[in-house]
Design a protein around this ligand. Structure first.
Ligand code: AHR
Length: 524
């Protein structure tokens, strides 16, 4: 652990209070004081910008409507991509986009989505609501989008219902400079190959991707990876379908039977979900449920640590990256929306989950090389929600925007001096969270999260020598209530503002953060 929760140091709050259930009448004072110490001399790991990755599956209105409306749409678009979505993607500096699934990927036959759009067959999305899709968004539309925005494509290849030949030809179609597949691509309007690095071989192969056992999947992976060849000028980074949450045996088996020479990355899926049979409302929750969401979110850290320890045993040089290519909150679908489309609202609770999870990825930057929040638009913990020509940005979008300075910056380990509370499942939740990094231009960004539902945090950050004393920017994401969200009627209820309660006091940066907020300061 590069972050340490050191001691209890609450001056004006109830010392050492343990909340069996935060909603059960526990009395917190309105503010507390905390200390953060930056350990700049220990900074070594780079936070890969790829951990700010996104995921767009053919699921509900994520791709169709969320990004793609087609050139003939009345919704303002560029070559079929909605303009407001393009702007949001640019603004976030999205580094990598995973497509076409998810579970959908192992049902997807890429040839149905290339060539003349009027001749493309209709498909039934068997995983997600049985919705019919016209295949108007396919390989060209995905790779052109990535190319236009400078995003690394991450292609998830069908090994569940597809064939080795189909997978091999898809890679060739996308990346070969010449040969039969390149000719087919050129006939469909694209002469030059695209660049493709990140390639996923199957998705959730233990479940919707074929219900395989790890031993069997290891062999399937080995077979597919042989035929998914590097082409001249294009080297694939092969990612094996990894474990879900606590399935350590899957990671162990893959590390032994596939190993570092054959895979570059191994994925992991972890959702912040209360109970798969009783997920709960995205917007209507009490304080006890709020803290349980935070507790479950933070549980990703010990889970990551166990997977990493298993990987370290077999791969001490850390050649294989751990790719958390699905993560985020999973609540009930919004009432009145299409069943199976996973359309979910997004509140300040989601913003807390985003910030706290990104901090965990930072702390494990030495092994976690990519992460992809699920999903980009209209599905689960989305960056934006759309309704016709309207698009609203979510609180989660603003967290990703605030965290942009950490992309490819060097992690500065830190100590957070705070108390902890306990959720009703017995999980400890530190009352304050922070992360810091140094960018290539020498600027240092410190981002602090106050997840407490009802108290202001007064934070003092010790600045060692070498950290600038000039506040270059100071932003705040806060709202009067943890349930606050943006809606089509009120799209700006939650947005970034200037963090006003912040100043340099000698060798300290001091700031005040309201309950349930994130503050980010860049120093030069
Ligand atoms: O993100 C939604 C679904 O969750 C994905 O399709 C699948 O991989 C996971 O179970």
């Amino acid at each position: 652990m590069t972050n340490k929760i050191v001691t209890m140091n609450i001056k004006r709050s109830v010392l050492g209070l343990i909340m069996a259930a935060a909603g059960a009448g526990a009395a917190w004072s309105a503010e507390a004081e905390y200390k953060v110490v930056l350990r700049t001399d220990e900074a070594k790991d780079t936070i890969s910008r790829m951990i700010y990755g996104q995921f767009a599956e053919h699921l509900g209105s994520c791709v169709y409507e969320g990004i793609w409306v087609g050139e003939d749409s009345d919704i303002p678009n560029t070559k079929g991509y909605r303009n407001d979505a393009l702007e949001a993607l640019r603004e976030l500096k999205v580094p990598v986009l995973r497509w076409p699934g998810g579970c959908f990927a192992d049902d997807y036959h890429w040839r149905d989505g290339v060539g003349d759009k009027s001749k493309r067959p209709t498909l039934i999305n068997n995983n997600w609501g049985g919705t019919q899709e016209d295949n108007s968004f396919g390989t060209h539309e995905f790779f052109n989008l990535c190319e236009m925005l400078g995003i690394e494509p991450y292609l998830s290849v069908n090994i569940g219902s597809g064939t080795v030949q189909e997978a091999a030809q898809w890679i060739e179609y996308v990346t070969a400079p010449n040969g039969p597949m390149a000719a087919e691509r050129a006939a469909n309007g694209r002469k030059e190959p695209w660049k493709l690095k990140f390639t996923g071989i199957g998705n959730e192969s233990w479940g919707c991707g074929g219900e395989m056992r790890p031993e069997y999947y290891s062999d399937v992976y080995r077979r597919y990876s042989v035929y998914m060849r590097n082409q001249p000028g294009n080297k694939l980074f092969r990612i094996a379908s990894g474990a879900s949450d606590y399935d350590y045996n899957w990671t162990k088996t893959l590390m032994s039977r596939v190993g570092a020479g054959r895979m570059d990355g191994l994925s992991l899926h972890y959702y912040t979900v209360a109970d798969w049979n009783k997920k709960g409302s995205a917007t209507d929750f009490d304080t006890e449920v709020y803290y349980n969401t935070i507790g479950k979110c933070l549980e990703i850290e010990p889970v990551l640590e166990r997977h990493i320890a298993i990987m370290d045993e077999k791969d001490p040089e850390r050649r294989v990256g751990l790719m958390v290519d699905e993560w985020g909150t999973w609540f009930d679908e919004e009432p009145g929306t299409v069943a199976g489309h996973l359309f979910q609202q997004n509140t300040m609770r989601d913003a807390m989950v985003a910030a706290l999870t990104l901090n965990v990825f930072h702390r494990h930057a030495g092994r976690v090389r990519m992460a992809n929040i699920a999903q980009l638009a209209n599905v689960l913990q989305a960056m934006w929600l759309t309704k016709g020509d309207k698009l609203v940005l979510t609180p989660t979008y603003y967290v990703f925007k605030m965290y942009r300075p950490h992309q490819d910056a060097v992690l500065i380990p830190l100590n957070v001096d705070c108390d902890t509370i306990r959720d009703s499942n017995g999980r400890n939740i530190p009352a304050l969270a922070a992360t810091a990094s140094r960018a290539a231009d020498g600027s240092v960004t410190v981002t602090v999260t106050n997840p407490m539902a009802d108290r202001t945090a007064k934070v003092e950050i010790e600045l060692p020598k070498g950290v600038g004393r000039k506040i270059a920017s100071a932003e705040l994401l806060a709202a009067p209530d943890v349930h606050a969200r943006n809606t089509f009627e009120n799209p700006d209820a939650v947005k970034l503002s200037e963090l006003k309660n912040v100043k340099i006091k000698g060798d300290r940066l001091v700031m005040e953060l309201p309950a349930v907020s994130v503050g980010g300061v860049t120093l030069r």
